[in-house]
Ligand binder design. Structure first.
Ligand SMILES: [Zn+2]
Length: 82
């Protein structure tokens, strides 16, 4: 089961999570006026990239391991902020 960081959206299918996360990201970029938000949106962007890499773990095992580590770190950091 995959869950959204920004709302209560969950899905058993990672491929429906990614477009959902992109909606939050687009919204954030449109609303963002820079400043403190920059760090958070940069982290959200990195998180999405890490999730894409993790998706391809069969082909990119080494990168996926690193991405998952980054993902955990980012999830923890994002959890502390919100
Ligand atoms: Zn959401």
């Amino acid at each position: 089961m995959y869950g959204c960081l920004h709302c209560d959206y969950t899905s058993p299918n990672v491929h429906s999570i990614r477009p959902h996360l992109n909606r939050h990201r687009d919204l954030k970029q449109r609303q963002s006026v820079g400043g403190a938000d920059d760090t958070l949106s940069r982290m959200v962007r990195k998180l999405a990239e890490a999730e894409e890499i993790a998706d391809d773990r069969d082909r990119w095992k080494a990168r996926a391991v690193a991405a998952e580590k980054q993902l955990r770190t980012l999830r923890r950091a994002l959890g502390n902020i919100s």
